[in-house]
Design a binder for this molecule. Structure first.
Ligand code: IVH
Length: 668
């Protein structure tokens, strides 16, 4: 292997990315990938120290200053941090420190790693006189006027310290970033990729008025020179002092002991990360005692006493192998990206929804493209953008199939919709499968044991076509299915049998009519009281139902107009699916009509959903919050603030016994 050539190639690549990132503010690859290149170069140079040159990107920290800003020679170098990406690397860091100091346990100051830009602020006799970016660590750019616009940077400290350099990070809060991009969109201008890039753009404006309009923030994390005051001997006390001087310091910092303390902090901040008002890309651990810090010293341009423990990258690049089309319950055709497996946000991602055709056009995705995949926190992975520079010559445009990929029916798009739909309805096996799964789902008919694998087999083997067929299933047909033991078959049959006793609202919801969700189903059930009344309703009558508008009424009417839908309903009733009916057309005649209930705490004999269902069947409304209009509050064990509120407002409170007695009296 030709190491020298390899090293040269890596350096050239890194330099190019540095230029795009630091000078042009327009990165073409995610940080994680840049980090990978950088670490590869570091590793090669470590193996071959004789090949290290002073101009290697590993020997400096950032990029070249923009020519339009004055240069600032930092009086004390602005250092970088070494990174740890795993628990092992953190343990190794702690071991190194303990061995170097010959101690059994170390106290650390721990802080978030802000994902912004490092700056240094110089104060003379307490007055802010100069601010600069880090640049390459020794020479940065003077951005004093721009930094003056940052509200969290004090123009005067609360104490007239003779000469102090305060180091910290300039960043943009998530909410300010969202506002900025909204404004960019409104002006038809290019949106920023992330808050850090937006902050970099704002900080490098030659016109400070533009910086001011973009609302930057600042947090301090250290000091350079400090003359005119005796500093405390611990990092966290120095940060407390800065806070006293009026400088912004994060509240998320702590002091911990030993490596377990470090790792616990890492996990704690990890769970808070999404909720923090600003982006962080890890946490930083620093030996707290400043004398020990000095004793440990520096390697190259990073301190030995500190390390950054990075979170798994939230963005990574991979190849868009193909775009497949999935058909959902309502026939919606959803393009799905098939991706070369990539580790991002802590999981391996192989596919991601692309939502609809317009979305693919908007992002300009082609099959074969290199794409940036994003997964932040527990959020579903998404294809964030394409890396145009890497588009191969043979990249293919995606074409929506003119017929359903599952059943071959025509696809159609309503003029005001973004999605194409298969027109096959329940003829389409994909829609049939989804419809059956929906029918059986917990909040619909609640059939235990009917999962997607089973539905797949039942539909593919033509055993089940409509929900009514489920109630015709026999033991024999089921035992012949793959991976179906006698016991599970018996259990499933019991589940199907049990589901026959249901409510009208659940039954309507289970039919999977477009635009008829759980709440609408309840409204319909309550309004019509019986299925026959509902089946007889025309468009006008449907529109009289509370909260039912023209769109829902039309969906319902379309559904009822199909003879095969009525046939399935008839078969379900013949099979024994049943519920208690109140054969009254108008809900106001139900015993609890017009009464509002609020449920709080835990009931011993009923789940919250069951209690709600029973009340609604009697015509009552169940609300989530107590007000003067509430008629009853039902308080179970450990009832909370809603009970207090009820007492405060003088609302009648029922305990479980009284509640059950009421239900019984009203015939539930
Ligand atoms: S301390 C002596 N603390 O990370 C060590 N740096 O990768 C100097 N950063 O240039 C840095 N949050 O821009 C420190 N709590 C924190 C930090 C932090 C973010 C940045 C800083 C630094 C870079 C090094």
């Amino acid at each position: 292997m030709d190491y020298a050539a390899n090293i040269a190639q890596l350096r050239a690549q890194i330099e190019q990315h540095n230029h795009r990132y630091y000078v042009l503010d327009d990165p073409s690859i995610p940080d994680a990938e840049y980090d990978k290149l950088f670490r590869a170069l570091q590793a090669l140079e470590a193996q071959h120290p004789e090949l290290v040159t002073i101009d290697s990107p590993t020997q400096r920290v950032g990029g070249a200053p923009l020519k339009a800003f004055a240069e600032v020679h930092h009086r004390t170098a602005m250092l970088s941090l070494n990174n740890a990406f795993s628990e092992e690397e953190v343990r190794a860091f702690d071991t190194r420190i303990r061995e170097a100091l010959d101690v059994t346990e170390v106290e650390y100051a721990v802080e978030p790693k802000f994902d912004g830009l490092a700056v240094t602020l110089s104060y003379r006799d307490g007055v802010f006189v100069q601010g600069a970016t880090r640049g390459d660590g020794s020479v940065g750019e003077e951005v004093t006027e721009n930094l003056r616009t940052v509200q969290s940077i004090p123009l005067r400290l609360t104490e007239a310290i003779h000469d102090v350099e305060i180091r910290g990070e300039v960043l943009m809060f998530k909410r300010d970033f969202a506002k900025l991009n909204e404004a960019q969109r409104a002006k038809g201008e290019k949106e920023f990729v992330n808050p850090r890039n937006a902050a970099a753009g704002a900080l490098r404006q030659l016109d400070a008025r533009i910086t001011a309009s973009r609302r930057l923030s600042f947090f301090a994390y250290g000091m350079g020179i400090c003359e005119g005051v005796v500093l405390p001997g611990q990092h966290h006390l120095q940060m407390d002092l800065l806070r006293q001087w009026g400088v912004a310091v994060t509240r998320q910092r702590r002091v911990v002991r030993g490596v377990e303390g470090l790792l616990a902090y890492y996990r704690e901040i990890g769970t808070q990360r999404a909720a923090l008002p600003f982006d962080i890309d890890g946490v930083v651990y620093k030996v707290n005692d400043t004398l020990l810090q000095q004793q440990l010293g520096f390697v190259s341009r990073a301190p030995r006493f500190a390390i950054a423990h990075k979170f798994p990258a939230e963005e990574a690049t991979t190849t868009l192998l193909d775009i497949e089309v999935q058909v959902g319950r309502t026939g919606a055709l959803t393009p799905v990206a098939r991706l070369a497996p990539v580790f991002v946000g802590g999981v391996t991602v192989t596919n991601a929804t692309l939502h609809n055709e317009d979305e693919i056009r908007r992002k300009d995705l082609r099959i074969g493209d290199t794409v940036v995949v994003r997964r932040a926190g527990d959020v579903i992975p998404e294809v964030a953008r394409v890396v145009l520079e890497r588009r191969p010559a043979d990249a293919r445009e995606f074409i929506m199939p003119p017929v359903c990929p599952v059943c071959g029916s025509q696809v159609a798009k309503l003029p005001d919709e973004a999605v194409w739909r298969c027109t096959g309805g329940l003829y389409c096996p994909a829609q049939r499968k989804q419809a059956l799964l929906h029918f059986a789902s917990r909040r619909a008919m609640n059939i235990d044991g009917l999962g997607d694998k089973l539905v797949e087999q039942l539909v593919d083997a033509h055993i089940v076509k409509t929900p009514a067929d489920l109630y015709k299933l026999g033991l024999l047909a089921m035992i012949n299915l793959d991976r179906m033991g006698e016991k599970s078959a018996v259990n499933l049959l019991a589940g199907i049998e049990k589901s026959k006793h249901t409510t009208l609202a659940r039954f309507i919801f289970a039919l999977g009519i477009r635009n008829v969700g759980e709440t609408t189903a309840k409204d319909l059930a309550q309004h019509f009281g019986s299925l026959d009344n509902l089946l007889a309703a025309d468009l006008e009558r449907l529109q009289q139902v509370r909260d039912v508008g023209p769109v829902v009424a039309q969906s319902m009417a379309d559904f009822l107009a199909q003879a095969h839908n009525r046939e399935v309903i008839a078969q379900l009733r013949v099979a024994g699916v049943q519920w208690a009916e109140h054969d009254r057309q108008v809900a106001t005649t139900l015993p609890l009509a017009g009464q509002t209930f609020v449920l709080t705490g835990t009931l011993a004999t009923l789940s919250r959903d069951e209690a709600k269902e029973k009340l609604e069947a009697l015509g009552a409304k169940v609300s989530g919050s107590v007000s003067k209009k509430t008629n009853y509050v039902v308080a179970g064990a450990e009832a909370g603030s809603k009970l207090d509120k009820a007492q405060e407002l003088g609302v009648t409170v029922l305990d479980e016994q009284q509640f059950l007695a009421l239900l019984e009296k009203e015939g539930a």
